[in-house]
Write a protein that binds this ligand. Structure first.
Ligand SMILES: Nc1ncnc2c1ncn2[C@@H]1O[C@H](COP(=O)(O)OP(=O)(O)OP(=O)(O)O)[C@@H](O)[C@H]1O
Ligand SMILES: [Mg+2]
Length: 375
């Protein structure tokens, strides 16, 4: 009887060991596959070990022990084999998740995440998602830092741009007050100069206010159905004097009635900024063309000039706040601005769900505003 039981245990244990080894081999092959697939291996190992034991014992007709003992020992052996393989799997999963957690803890302040390799599929997916999330965080951090430094530079530049003309105005006002200058020619010039500077400074303060509203998301558009033809005509009329003074030819080409849902005042301001830039950067005798056209559900407003082209490196930066193309930030006599015009234009166009872009074209460049067409 004892011998029979020993034989039963030996046969089932031997078989179980073989099945367990096969199962562990299968799990090793499947180590980077789903944990579900490995759990299936555990279940299959348990069932095969139990069935194998039963088949082996029933085939060996020599055995005549109590059926209960035989059944119990065969099932127990199958269960033990399953338990062993399941334990190996559990340890492997725990070790893999620990490697993942360690990799997250090892992420430096710069946000450089190195995903561990050889993980089961589910953990591998989490590692890939974490990698993407860290990459997005890094990009957001870089963008935030760039914006912060641009903001700091803007404050420094703007205070410089405000202070310099204020100092000049103060000197002129003092000279007038003390009677240091009294001949009508000079006093007239000083008064005119002071008024021009005041105009320029209030324009700049106005631009800063507009930009801060755009950045705060506080730009309230009062939209209505407007025709781009009117918009172009208004923009051209507003800068006629400037163009004439510079000797720049100004022309408008408008497709018949193109309606868009837009805030006329804000969109005019964006277009005006483009046209003023185009005139400023086009030499006398050059041409500036403002065009309104439509197609493919998009309305296009373009301003083409003869500026000689914008350096390729500067093209993606012209819409940045305070970008002025040259490094020196001395306000020049012809009143070049603070580098806010294009940032404001972009803010206004994006608030209208539109896009703005620039390309070099022919003897100059072409700025283009694209807006969804009104249905
Ligand atoms: N039509 C253009 N041709 C060539 N360069 C341009 C043109 N428009 C803009 N730029 C370049 O982009 C820079 C930024 O333009 P933006 O309108 O934002 O600022 P600004 O004209 O210098 O000042 P502001 O518009 O605030 O008075 C300009 O200083 C210039 O270097
Ligand atoms: Mg400008």
């Amino acid at each position: 009887m004892i011998n029979e039981m020993a034989l039963i245990v030996a046969v089932t244990a031997g078989l179980g060991l073989l099945v367990a080894l096969a199962g562990l081999g299968a799990m090793w092959i499947l180590r980077e596959r789903s944990i579900g697939a490995m759990l299936t291996v555990v279940a299959v190992v348990t069932v095969v070990a139990t069935l194998g034991g039963v088949v082996a014992i029933t085939l060996k007709m020599i055995i005549e022990g109590t059926p209960r003992d035989i059944v119990l020992s065969v099932v127990a052996m199958g269960g033990l084999v399953g338990l062993g393989v399941a334990t190996v799997l559990a340890r492997r999963v725990v070790a893999a998740s620990r490697r993942l957690v360690d990799a997250v803890h090892a992420v430096p302040a710069s946000g450089e995440f190195t995903p561990p390799t050889g993980l089961p599929a589910e953990l591998g997916t989490i590692a890939v998602s974490l990698d993407h999330a860290y990459r997005r965080l890094r990009l957001a951090g870089e963008r935030e830092r760039a914006l912060e430094s641009a903001r700091r530079e803007l404050v420094a530049w703007v205070s410089h741009d405000l202070r310099t003309p204020l100092a000049g105005m103060r000197a002129m006002a003092e000279a007038l007050e003390d009677g240091v200058v009294s001949d009508p020619g000079t006093t007239g010039r000083y008064h005119r100069q002071i008024r021009l500077e005041v105009d320029r400074l209030s324009g700049m303060v106005d631009d800063l206010f507009e930009l801060s509203r755009i950045h705060a998301g506080a730009l309230r558009l009062s939209r209505g159905r407007i025709g781009l033809g009117d918009l172009v005509a208004d923009a051209l009329a507003g800068v006629e004097e400037l163009a004439r003074a510079k000797g720049v030819r100004l022309t408008g080409e408008v497709d018949p009635v193109i309606p868009v849902q837009a805030d006329a005042a804000e969109l005019s301001r964006a277009l005006r900024n483009l046209v003023v830039n185009a005139i400023t950067h086009t030499p006398g005798d050059g041409t500036v063309v403002v065009r309104a056209s439509a197609g493919d559900g998009v309305a296009r407003l373009s301003v083409t000039d003869c500026c000689g082209g914008i350096p390729a490196d500067d093209l993606p930066r012209v819409f940045d706040v305070a970008f002025r193309g040259e490094t020196a930030r001395t306000p020049t006599a012809d009143g070049t601005g603070a580098g806010l015009g294009l940032a404001i234009a972009r803010g206004i166009v994006e608030a209208h769900e539109g896009e703005i872009g620039v390309v070099n074209s022919g003897p100059g460049c072409r700025f283009e505003i694209r807006l969804p067409l009104s249905a």
